[in-house]
Write a protein that binds this ligand. Sequence first.
Ligand SMILES: [Zn+2]
Length: 547
Amino acid sequence: MPLKNTKEEIYSFLMKFCEIRSVTDSEGEKLAPKFIYDELKKLTYFKDNPEDLFIQEIGEDRLKRSNLCAFVRSKKQTMNTIILMGHLDVVDTDVCGNLRDLAFYPQVYTKEIAKIDIPKEAREDLESGDWIFGRGVADMKSGLAVQAGLVAELSENTDNLDVNILYLAVADEENNACGIHKALELIEDMKEKGYKFLCCIDSEPTITQLDKGAGWIHLGTIGMYTPFTFVLGRETHVGEYFEGLSAALIAFKLGNLIEGSDEFADNFKDVVYPPLTCLKIKDLKPTYSVTVIERMAMYYNVLFVQRTPDEILAALKKAASCALEKSIAEQNMKRLTQGTQTKEKILKGRIIEYNELISLAADQANEDIQKLIEAYLRTLSPKMELQERGMMLVNHLIDIAKLKGPAVIVGFLPPYCPALYNERKTKRELDILDTVEEIIGEAEKTFSVKIHTAEIYEGISDLSEFGFKGSKRDEQVLAKNMPGWGMDFVYPFHRSKNLDIPVLNIGPIGKDAHKLTERLYLPYALEVLPFLLKKIVLGLAKRAKLQ
Ligand SMILES: [Zn+2]
């Protein structure tokens, strides 16, 4: 039976969709586009227009994943188009322990999770009977299911539809976003053919530090940097501790200064966004030995709305310099108080931007440094994560540069996502504000729920890719300080800037995304969200027609 835009059908679509183990970077991720394809293929519209439903292969992806694309053309010959978009992948279920396999079967999982110890709030939600638990129920298979329901309904009557609908379910959101980057090529092609994109609507679940029980509509999306610090200490035998300087000492002090610090928490229109957190700490010592750690690499997540790469780099350099100075001072003091015979005293360390490290390596190399970099990256396994490849490259360049510690190298790694917000400048942006305000009022009255609007979706989303608003300088700072730029990763600033499509996130009420207790509030997801989505799409189409 073809999909219908009803509560029951959306629910059943969601349950089947969750069983597809589309964990990012796994084989299962490749099965998800086919699942939606098979469901939508049954619709009369796609039977009549098979060329409008297709799987878009991501040729350049090392894992050969793909996206699902469905296009519903209005018979009214309009070029106005709205994008409905979401991601197919989910994070893995390792955090679910013994239940890790069952997390893909939400109904069973919800029963099983009742038997284990879960936080009080999750227990209360569970006992209310209104919530379903499982991987992807909130983030974000329910969003894609509701959007698919709307596609099904709108495709039934294209004679009266004022807008074309492009539905995109993309891979790899939770990791490096290769799915959306590929999908943008399609959107760019359509733009060249004259299609006018009114808005791109994503349906990510609520992630907020505020009212978690209410519905939220977001007018923009947060940006994300992944800066790194690579600490180079000075090696020594543990028995002659004071003759070297442990990279761990510097790294710990640095971590202490920046983890969760106010300095990296961006502030936009009176909202303070989450602070920096370390995503990975790695020491580069290959095996056990009684040598102090010489090299340690850390990379971080930094969320932002308006902060520039220059500002992030400057703040990191300042913190690194402070950590380095403190470590050296302390080391020298302890050398005296612990009465060692070590004579040599380390006086100074260096803070080096990644682009400066390349110059230092180029000075020492007998060959073109760019060629050396490329050759080195080719020796690394393509299966190795981009961040790891970047760190290994920094390590290699330190060797070529014959750099002696103590030093801290700072730069950026992928992924990078720009921030996007409604500037209230264009008609399209203003239409979105008016439509949202009108529909929220209607929905609150119809369903007696509270729905808030917020400037920025804090959960990170593919919406970032729809209109880069940074400067040329931002582009340059990122490009020259990102190991592997141009070979492993490149950010398509130009394309993003050209697209310039306003965005909106209208998603379900979910809690604990990525956790053991990921869950979805069913009454909102199955009734309010389909209402909101449909009304907003039709409302935007109507307003666009009026101009
Ligand atoms: Zn998500």
